[in-house]
Design a protein around this ligand. Structure first.
Ligand code: ADP
Length: 160
C-alpha cells in the first residue's frame, strides 16, 4: 500500500490544503493528514480545535485519516509506514523553506521521499495566516476556507 503523510499546522485548514488533499488521494492509496502540536510557529488556534476543523472539513474525501502528533515528523512517518511525505508548494515564497525541510528530513530518514504538489492557481497565494488576518478584519472568507472553519470564526467572533 502506498501511503502518504501530509503534515502541517493547519491553523486553520484552508481550501488550499483541501485542494492538495483532493489531488493526493487520487495519487496514493491512503493519505494521512497530521496536525502538528509543535511547529516552531506561534499557533493561534488550539490543537484540538485545529484537528476538529480538519476532521469536519475532510469528511467528503475518501481514504484520508486525520491525526495529531508531536515530535519529529519523520519518526511519525516511519511509525505509520509512510514512505512519502507530502507538502504543498505555492509561489516562490515556499520554495526555500520547503527545500530545506525536505533535505533535513531526508538526512534523518533517507528512505522517506518528499513529494510536492502544486495547488490550483486560485489557491496559490492562500495561507492560514492570511485567513486569520482577514478573519480579524471581518472579511468574507467563503472563497478561502471550508464551512466548518467559517462557522468557527463566526462563533469565536460572537463569543468575543
Ligand atoms: P506548516 O507550518 O508545516 O508549513 P501549514 O499548515 O502552513 O503547515 O502548511 C502545510 C503544508 O500545506 C505546507 O507544505 C504548505 O506549503 C502547504 N500549503 C498551505 N497552504 C497551501 C495552499 N494554499 N496551497 C498549497 N499548499 C499549501
Amino acid at each position: 500500500m502506498h501511503r502518504a503523510l501530509y503534515p502541517g499546522t493547519f491553523d486553520p485548514i484552508t481550501l488550499g490544503h483541501l485542494n492538495i488533499l483532493e489531488k493526493a488521494v487520487r495519487l496514493f492509496d491512503e493519505v494521512i493528514l497530521a496536525g502538528a502540536d509543535y511547529t516552531g510557529k506561534n499557533t493561534s488556534i488550539q490543537l484540538e480545535e485545529r484537528l476538529r476543523l480538519c476532521v469536519e472539513s475532510t469528511r467528503h474525501i475518501p481514504n484520508l485519516k486525520v491525526l495529531s502528533f508531536s515530535g519529529l515528523v519523520v519518526e511519525l512517518a516511519e511509525k505509520l509506514e509512510c514512505n512519502t511525505m507530502l507538502r504543498g508548494l505555492r509561489a516562490v515564497s515556499d520554495f526555500e523553506y520547503e527545500l530545506s525541510l525536505a533535505l533535513t528530513n531526508k538526512k534523518i530518514k533517507p528512505q522517506i521521499e518528499t513529494v510536492f504538489l502544486v495547488p490550483s492557481l486560485k489557491y496559490m497565494y492562500l495561507s492560514s495566516s492570511m485567513v486569520r488576518q482577514m478573519a480579524d478584519l471581518g472579511a468574507h472568507l467563503e472563497d478561502f476556507v471550508p464551512e466548518p472553519v467559517l462557522q468557527y470564526f463566526h462563533d469565536t467572533k460572537r463569543a468575543r
